[in-house]
Design a protein around this ligand. Structure first.
Ligand code: C2E
Ligand code: SIN
Ligand code: SIN
Ligand code: FE
Ligand code: FE
Length: 371
């Protein structure tokens, strides 16, 4: 008895150590394929199997798929095939001593990979709604006894619970990020849809803002947020009547008053969101027409009271506005654009921003020269 409990303690210790060594790696990994590999390796070490795979259900194709170590491709099998398929349809784990004596065994995998399966365990993975999202499979116990035990099955089941949560949250994260990027893209397009401008304007303002941010010494992460948020700076223009937005000539004072409301409209639309990135975009939309000298709109903010991202966006926006055709003006020649920035240094724009712009002028202006 004493012997048994000592062995039990040693086994628990071994498993705990494995978990502790894998968990930080798994927590830090964001790529789904790498996650699957990490968890398969963890499962293999925990139950001491020769092979271990984490299969995921592909609802659309009615298949299960897994990543193979070092393999370029993934492995796919029908949703109902073999032991793995059995665990999907019955929601039950399996503990098999000799695969070839079991009618549920699908020999094709062995034939394809030139392998001999003997002992097998499969455990279903459930998502938070209780649906089977995949199966953990371990093949061929590598220790003397050659077969998996009930304990091994329990350990694999525990690993499966942890893996299911990990995969689900990884999917949720990438789903959210993808959704967010898509919304931002759509919003950006919507804001210029009604103005007679090329689709490149938003892209250029975003790209130039990113470069300015980097040159101002902002860390990559902040510069990237600026790149993602600046496409929405003119979102409020979707609230401006056509007659004003696309008027061929100069705006009257009243019309310009209407036009100016686009910055507050955009700010309020974006502030309706709880998402951090959209609220950051709200700040840019609301302040991209403020001026360094305090004579801008809508609030007449001055100097560093204007959020840095909005100061950056203002430079990029005006550079693009002057260098491109607008419904109310022809593009300006390069020298005139450059002189305008020199003239507006410390008036419309923060001096340091104009300095980095002029310092990198050739690089920034190159895309306009080839048009
Ligand atoms: P936009 O065409 O994208 O212009 C963006 C900003 O570029 C302008 O914001 C202004 O800050 C800057 N900008 C344009 N021309 C000059 C210039 O000659 N010198 C300097 N330093 N900056 C210049 P603003 O003025 O608040 O205008 C906002 C938007 O209102 C413009 O966006 C445009 O859609 C519209 N808009 C402005 N003036 C007119 C106009 O005379 N006619 C028409 N149809 N629309 C106008
Ligand atoms: C314009 O009125 O043509 C553009 C606005 C500006 O010059 O600041
Ligand atoms: C824009 O700045 O995105 C649109 C300007 C315009 O109305 O032509
Ligand atoms: Fe604007
Ligand atoms: Fe703009």
């Amino acid at each position: 008895m004493a012997d048994w409990s000592a062995q039990f303690a040693a086994e628990s210790q071994r498993i705990l150590e494995l978990l502790f060594s894998y968990m930080p790696k798994i927590a830090a990994e964001r790529n789904l394929n790498n996650l699957l590999m990490l968890m398969a390796n963890m499962g293999r070490s925990i139950v001491q199997a020769d092979r271990c795979s984490l299969w995921l259900v592909d609802e659309e194709k009615k298949e299960l798929w897994t990543k193979v170590a070092h393999g370029v491709d993934e492995l796919r099998i029908p949703l109902t095939a073999g032991f793995v398929g059995y665990s999907v349809s019955t929601r039950e784990p399996l503990l098999i001593a000799d695969a070839y004596k079991d009618p549920r065994f699908d020999r094709r995998s062995d034939e394809k990979t030139n392998y001999h399966t003997t002992s097998v365990m499969t455990v279903p993975l459930f998502d938070s709604e209780g649906k089977v999202m995949g199966v953990f499979q371990a093949i061929n116990k590598v220790t003397e006894e050659k077969v998996f035990s009930e304990d091994d099955l329990n350990h694999l089941a525990l690993t499966a619970v942890y893996s299911a949560k990990t995969v689900e949250s990884a999917r949720l994260t990438s789903e959210l990020e993808a959704t967010q990027r898509e919304i931002i893209h759509i919003l950006g397009e919507a804001s210029e849809y009604r103005s007679q401008e090329t689709g490149d304007h938003i892209q250029r303002v975003s790209e130039i803002s990113y470069q300015l941010a980097k040159w101002m010494g902002l860390p990559e992460e902040d510069a990237d947020r600026i790149r993602l948020a600046t496409p929405m700076h003119d979102l409020g223009k979707i609230g401006i009547p056509d007659a004003v937005l696309n008027k061929p000539g100069r705006l009257t004072d009243i019309e310009f008053g209407v036009m100016k409301s686009h910055s507050i409209i955009g700010e309020e639309m974006l502030n309706a969101s709880k998402r951090k990135l959209l609220r950051f975009a709200a700040v840019i939309a609301g302040s991209h027409h403020e001026r360094w000298d305090g004579k801008g709109y809508p609030r007449g903010l001055k100097g560093e009271d204007i959020p840095l991202a909005a100061r950056i966006c203002a430079v990029a926006d005006v550079l693009d506005a002057l260098s491109s055709p607008r419904c109310y003006k022809e593009p300006w020649p390069e020298d005139r654009v450059r002189e305008e920035f020199v003239k507006q240094r410390g008036l419309q724009f923060q001096p340091e921003l104009v300095d980095v712009l002029l310092e990198h002028w050739d690089e920034i202006y190159a895309p306009y020269r080839i048009r």
